[in-house]
Design a binder for this molecule. Structure first.
Ligand SMILES: NC(=O)c1ccc[n+]([C@@H]2O[C@H](COP(=O)([O-])OP(=O)(O)OC[C@H]3O[C@@H](n4cnc5c(N)ncnc54)[C@H](OP(=O)(O)O)[C@@H]3O)[C@@H](O)[C@H]2O)c1
Length: 350
């Protein structure tokens, strides 16, 4: 095993969520993990929060959560030890830690193209396996991905869930398409930029006038303030003539009616937010709209996103970062909905 002894403390700090709620979250000391054959140890440098983390923290996540677990799914850091038999990764490499452990490539659905290796549920960080809110973590080598020199740890930590979900939601979008993105959260700001980088026209919505203007600055072709225009679906339809080709729906129930109004007949909806059964209703069938569920994405999708960021035009939009000891405050801030883009956790060590 190759190790950098200069940065190997005997113990590390780790957050553990024992049960939902503030009283269930504690910061504990753990023994330093050691990588087995085929594994690497990552010194975490930055982590980002997703809305999913708020739901897991509150006990309202729609999928099974196997507590106790280390929270947060998205992190980036440097490799500080390498187990036997690992090829292509070395101590000192800068990496992003993937959200879906074990899903290298291929379509997300079991009945997709037949070449996907996505595991059955059971390997998503911070719901089924430990997340990244800890100072050192051990992963199978295939579950980390090197990042380019020019990409910061903070930017990389925004990719595993939010960035890759946006990439997956936009599969098939090309120039000439019109895309609807909703709100100014992590997924939507990536979706806006990725769609623009492909030459698509992007219509972005926000409930807040100040954020609406920032969406315009970020490259949205047109923007709509949904607080000022509750019937915003009709407004989007007016802007486009017959509706958007693809809507990236990050909200679900609260917005489904307007999303359908904004989508053209025969169009597509990438169903990213939480949907109720009522969403897959007769309306979709009548109008021939295809709704495709999105479950983050694979290692291959992460590689494609990083390549696209390298060729310019797409960046991680970071709202603010909190110190490692301030995870509860960071979760409260994300839950407030005041952010424009990503909220991060720093791993400053004295
Ligand atoms: N299926 C998947 O694979 C997948 C992956 C990632 C995330 N998600 C889901 O996607 C959604 C967004 O996640 P995120 O991490 O990007 O969230 P986020 O960073 O917390 O941002 C959410 C944004 O959406 C807007 N918003 C919040 N509540 C709203 C409401 N009730 N009506 C209208 N707009 C609202 C707000 O923007 P404005 O203030 O500008 O309106 C807010 O900033 C969540 O439901 C999350 O669980 C799913």
């Amino acid at each position: 095993m190759a190790t950098d002894p200069g940065i190997a403390p005997a113990t590390i700090r780790a957050y553990v969520l024992e049960r939902p709620g503030p009283a269930g979250l504690s910061l504990v000391e753990r023994r330093l993990p050691a990588p087995a054959a085929g594994q690497v140890m990552v010194r975490m440098r930055a982590a980002s929060l997703n809305f999913r983390d708020v739901k897991i923290f509150r006990g309202s996540y729609q999928l099974p959560v196997h507590l106790p677990l280390v929270p947060l799914s998205d992190g980036a850091g440097e490799i500080v030890a390498v187990g036997d038999g690992v090829e292509g990764l070395r101590v000192g490499d800068r990496v992003v830690c993937l959200y879906w452990e074990g899903w290298r490539s291929g379509a997300q659905l079991e009945d997709g193209d037949g070449i996907s290796d996505r595991p059955a549920r059971g390997r998503t960080k911070s719901a089924e396996v430990d997340g990244v809110a800890l100072e050192r973590a051990v992963y199978d080598a295939c579950d980390v991905l090197p990042i380019p020199d020019e990409m910061s740890y903070e930017a990389a930590a925004c990719l595993p869930c939010a960035g890759v979900t946006a990439w997956n939601a936009l599969i098939g979008v090309t120039s000439g398409d019109t895309v609807l993105v909703m709100g100014s959260g992590g997924v939507s700001l990536f979706a806006l930029q990725i769609a623009r980088a492909r030459g698509a026209r992007v219509i972005a919505t926000s409930r807040d006038e100040g954020k609406r203007l920032r969406l315009q600055e970020l490259g949205a072709s047109e923007t709509v303030n949904t607080s000022a225009e509750p019937e915003w679906g009709r407004r989007v339809r007016e802007l486009t003539g017959d509706g958007v080709d693809l809507a990236v729906d990050v909200i679900g129930d609260a917005t489904v009616e307007q999303t359908l109004a904004a989508t053209r007949d025969g169009g597509r909806i990438s169903a990213v937010g939480n949907l109720s059964g009522s969403f897959i209703s007769g309306t979709l069938l009548e109008r021939g709209i295809t709704a495709r569920p999105v479950v983050v994405g694979s290692r291959r999708m992460t590689e494609e996103l990083i390549d696209a960021m390298g060729s310019g035009g797409i960046r991680a939009v970071i709202d603010r970062s909190f110190a490692f000891g301030e995870l509860p405050e960071a979760l409260d801030y994300l839950a407030s909905g005041d952010q424009f883009g990503k909220v991060l956790l720093r791993f400053d060590e004295e």
